[in-house]
Design a protein. Structure first.
Length: 140
């Protein structure tokens, strides 16, 4: 199993959909990395991850607003395509299994080290959901 972990900010408000009788919360996360190139110039690179969180309880969606910092982990998927300029490009997606709001605020419940909002881990008694993901129906 390959596991992807990301800390970043939501690029927009989440979208809740129903696909084949299952609820999915879709959102985009941006992670910006600052680095110096070979000439010593400060550069910035932003990576976007399209996320799908399959759940039967969508209460967490009210907290997934543009700009909110989150931690998410799950299984990555990548797809290649040709962009508008007919150049090769790629899309990074993640099926979220664990989701945490970071930084508090906005009326979200808080605890030290971040607020545990959702997890599909069977060992977590405070999980908000436990739903198997549809195999072929991707809502992206």
């Amino acid at each position: 199993m390959i596991k992807l972990q990301i800390v970043g900010n939501l690029g927009g408000d989440c979208i809740v959909k129903e696909v084949n009788g299952k609820n999915v919360i879709n959102f985009n996360v941006a992670h910006t990395e600052k680095y110096k190139d070979a000439q010593g110039n400060l550069k910035e690179r932003t990576t976007w991850v399209n996320c799908a969180y399959w759940t039967d309880r969508t209460a967490v969606a009210q907290y997934l607003k543009k700009g909110k910092q989150i931690y998410a982990e799950g299984s990555p998927e990548a797809d290649g395509y040709l962009n508008k300029e007919n150049q090769p490009a790629a899309t990074l997606r993640m099926r979220v299994q664990n989701l945490q709001l970071l930084g508090g605020g906005d009326g979200a419940p808080q605890s030290s080290g971040g607020s545990q909002m959702a997890s599909s881990s069977a060992s977590n008694a405070t999980r908000m959901s436990e739903v198997s993901e549809p195999a072929d129906d991707l809502p992206f």
